[in-house]
Design a protein around this ligand. Sequence first.
Ligand SMILES: [Zn+2]
Length: 103
Amino acid sequence: MSKLSKTKIALTPLSVEPLEGEWFRFHVGSRSTPGRKHLVDLEENNGNGRCNCIHFECHCQPQLRRGALPCNGLRCAHIRRARDYFLDEILPKLAKALTRRNS
Ligand SMILES: [Zn+2]
């Protein structure tokens, strides 16, 4: 693969689809296996999030289980992508809805 196309892939954001009727669960596209999707739950592990990819299950989950505190080092690319999506796309809607309710 050329250097240029590698850069292009790295810059293309992973796809994110919210699960219907849910605020915190998403299907996030896999970068290594196109077409494959990982299930991300942002609420799990005290807000660290959880993903069903190998990296998260083998590297992050065991440390969280041993009591590690939530941090970006214990989040895979899919969780980080879903968090970005949540802040960019969902938080503004949530904030608007809350403002309407309080006024
Ligand atoms: Zn993952």
